[in-house]
Ligand binder design. Structure first.
Ligand code: C2E
Ligand code: MG
Ligand code: MG
Ligand code: MG
Length: 284
């Protein structure tokens, strides 16, 4: 009967929803425990660093710090999953703080190992930006590791920038006034208004990898990439392409005038200890 079928469907979906909610809750609890277990010697979280390459010279000009979480029971949990849960549960505050400290600790190590001029970008989520003392915290961490604002770059996604525009603008201004570089991540996916973006004190646009993927075969994607590069340059911004996986994509984006390239074609995100060797191998 239709009615029974409807009820069965409902029960099926309700059960699936409960399973999903249960799994989410399990992850949230594991995340809370993982954060509580951090000590100066040991952490279930770590950072990997993905090189950013100068499109003209082929030199490494920067790195993006990307969070990793290895849980002893649950295994490797991808950041797309745990960052979202951290955001929804308020845990992004302690996690985001740890990521900032750990990023700067690593920059100090890179400098001490003789790697100079490499800026490290760190992803900042919308909830973190909402805390008005974030600029002061960042300043304090930089001072603590004897770093300068030029050593650091902050990435916020286009959709983050569009949430709470007034607060975002005021926080970003404080960072820009300090001399910290700002990038708009996943650019092209967030429906942001250019009228708003033009007021933000940003330095770089990161072209989302969904446009790069089929750049050679899809004329629309090629047009979007080309228009975005032109738009960014006309606004005085640097263009970084994400998700560069092939030589053909590299060539295409370099021809468009993209300033920097990031993707598996060059390197996956690397553990910190592999960074120096990678940089040395890519000296032009
Ligand atoms: P994102 O900031 O846009 O980072 C780029 C993502 O693309 C990374 O995934 C990177 O490994 C991946 N990627 C880089 N090159 C390629 C490529 O050539 N092909 C493909 N298919 N993928 C590529 P990851 O590390 O899994 O991070 C996913 C997202 O999770 C990040 O996207 C960012 O939104 C978020 N995330 C990661 N770490 C952090 C963090 O420390 N804080 C915050 N707030 N978010 C983070
Ligand atoms: Mg990013
Ligand atoms: Mg991105
Ligand atoms: Mg992304």
């Amino acid at each position: 009967h239709a009615k029974d079928a409807g009820r069965n469907n409902y029960q099926f979906y309700a059960r699936r929803m409960n399973e999903a909610a249960g799994e989410r809750l399990q992850l949230e609890n594991a995340l809370r425990q993982a954060l509580a277990s951090i000590t100066p010697e040991d952490s279930p979280f770590s950072l990997h660093f993905q090189p950013q390459i100068d499109a003209l010279s082929g030199a490494v000009i920067g790195l993006e710090a990307l969070a990793r979480w290895h849980d002893p029971v649950l295994g490797e949990i991808p950041p797309t999953r745990f960052i979202r849960i951290a955001e929804d549960s308020g845990l992004i505050q302690p996690l985001g703080d740890w990521i900032l400290w750990e990023t700067c600790r690593n920059i100090r190590h890179f400098r001490d190992a003789g790697l100079h001029g490499l800026r490290v970008a760190v992803n900042i989520s919308a909830q973190q930006l909402r805390h008005e003392n974030l600029p002061r915290l960042v300043r304090g961490i930089l001072d603590c590791y004897d770093l300068t604002p030029l050593d650091l770059e902050l990435e916020i996604t286009e959709s983050t920038a569009m949430q709470n525009p007034e607060l975002t603008l005021s926080v970003l201004r404080q960072f820009a006034d300090m001399g910290i570089m700002l990038a708009i991540d996943d650019f092209g996916t967030g429906y942001s208004s250019l009228a708003y973006l033009k007021h933000l004190p940003i330095h770089r646009l990161k072209l989302d990898r969904s446009f790069v993927k089929d750049i050679e075969s899809d004329p629309n994607d090629a047009a979007i990439c080309s228009a975005t590069v032109a738009l960014g340059h006309n606004l005085g911004l640097e263009l970084v392409a994400e998700g560069v996986e092939t030589e053909a994509q590299r060539h295409f984006l370099a021809e468009l005038g993209c300033d920097a390239l990031q993707g598996f074609y060059y390197s996956k995100p690397l553990p910190a200890w592999q960074v120096a060797a990678f940089v040395a191998a890519h000296r032009p």
